[in-house]
Design a protein around this ligand. Structure first.
Ligand code: KG4
Ligand code: ZN
Length: 354
């Protein structure tokens, strides 16, 4: 058993629908039994997530995904002890689908409901499995909508050390990929092309924002890629003739982002005298970030924890795990809990509809 001091049975269904992943998972007594995720790939046609289409797709997918999560876990509905679902932050229409479904299921089954903060769940994705950081640890959550450096004191005690002033790291990846004409979502594409490129080919700026700052800003870096493309008159046509150029731009941009992220995680670790580091969120799937953080940490005698790829991008497993930890402390939510698109980290208490 994951937390051996937990002495009563729990079986939690977790539901994630905050953006363009419909995902459900089952965690029994802290052990992950299943995690079924469907990414809505059709958004790539539009160069970004179309909120109305995302919520309609969640509606179509929610029943099959939840059914699959239960059957893969070998768990019947009547064996569940609570249902957890995201209530923010994210796209309101998308959140509403999973939240309403989760509430309805808990009401129908007569079991508690637990509203989950998506940003808290990303932090807690590091506790899935047996190789997990000890408290306190520094966590960097880097996703399409957020860049947050957090001191995690316990499962529910966080100190936000710094966040982005403008674009999130994932957003910068997506926007630069759009400029380069290599599709959406941009992060995995840039990661792929960068593997063939020279990361010192172009000296893009590193937005450190001062020696001691734990804040982030990626909008200027994104603009310097735009100016570089204008100055050199490069576009999709030139890239098809000179693929190395595209690879060099991707590698150089990625190196600039990774330099800043790694520097700030290490700075936070030093300042707070913490030895365990973790990363979470979609950008944590970036191969260069994973490698560099690992290498730099080893040099300093620090330990790095990175969730498996499927728990970095949005997933039901992190929601079910957060639900399990909340259930352990009887932190249940009201069925009147509202969908909250701008929910901040640490803002957890049930919010009632007026
Ligand atoms: O956490 P996530 O799945 O959804 C949000 O909550 O936003 O993160 C999605 C973001 C997108 O911006 C995507 O481009 C980025 O994560 N991403 C990556 C990689 N895989 C996904 N960024 C860089 N490298 C990757 N390999
Ligand atoms: Zn996310």
């Amino acid at each position: 058993m994951f937390f051996d001091y937990y002495c009563f049975m729990t079986c939690i269904l977790g539901i994630e629908t905050s953006c363009d992943e419909t995902s459900a998972a089952v965690v029994r007594n802290g052990d992950l039994l299943s995690n079924v995720t469907r990414t809505q790939l059709f958004h790539s046609e539009y160069g970004g997530v179309v909120p109305e289409l995302a919520s309609r797709a969640h509606q179509r997918l929610i029943i099959p995904i939840v059914s699959q999560a239960l059957s893969q876990a070998g768990v019947r509905k009547d064996e569940l002890t609570a249902v957890a679902a995201v209530h923010g932050p994210g796209l309101i229409g998308s959140i509403l689908v999973g939240l309403s479904f989760g509430k309805a299921m808990s009401f129908g089954l007569g079991i508690p409901f637990i509203g989950i903060n998506h940003m808290e769940a990303h932090v807690l994705s590091n506790l899935i499995g047996h190789h997990r950081p000890g408290f306190p640890f520094i966590n960097l959550t880097v996703s399409g909508g957020h860049t947050q450096l957090v001191l995690v004191k316990s499962a529910f005690e966080y100190q936000l050390l710094g966040e982005t002033r403008d674009d999130a790291a994932g957003e910068a990846f997506d926007k630069v990929a759009k400029m380069l004409g290599i599709g959406y979502p941009g992060g995995p594409q840039i990661d792929k092309f960068a593997k063939q490129g020279n990361s010192s080919a172009i000296d893009f700026p590193r937005p450190f924002l001062g020696e001691d700052s734990l804040e982030f800003s990626f909008s200027g870096l994104k603009t310097s890629v735009l100016y570089y493309l204008r100055r050199t008159r490069l576009d999709i046509v030139s890239f098809s003739k000179k693929p190395n150029l595209l690879a060099d731009i991707c590698a150089s941009f990625q190196a600039a982002v990774v330099d800043v992220l790694v520097h700030k995680v290490l700075l936070a670790a030093e300042r707070w005298a913490v030895t365990d580091l973790a990363i979470a969120g979609g950008v944590a799937a970036n191969s260069e970030l994973r490698q560099r953080l690992q290498d730099e940490a080893v040099l300093r005698g620090l330990r790095v924890f990175i969730p498996k790829m499927e728990y970095c991008t949005d997933n039901g497993a992190m929601i079910a795990m957060a639900g399990y930890l909340r259930a352990r402390e009887s932190k249940f939510s009201s069925l009147e809990l509202a969908a909250t698109p701008n929910l901040a980290l640490g803002e957890q208490e049930p919010m009632k509809l007026r």
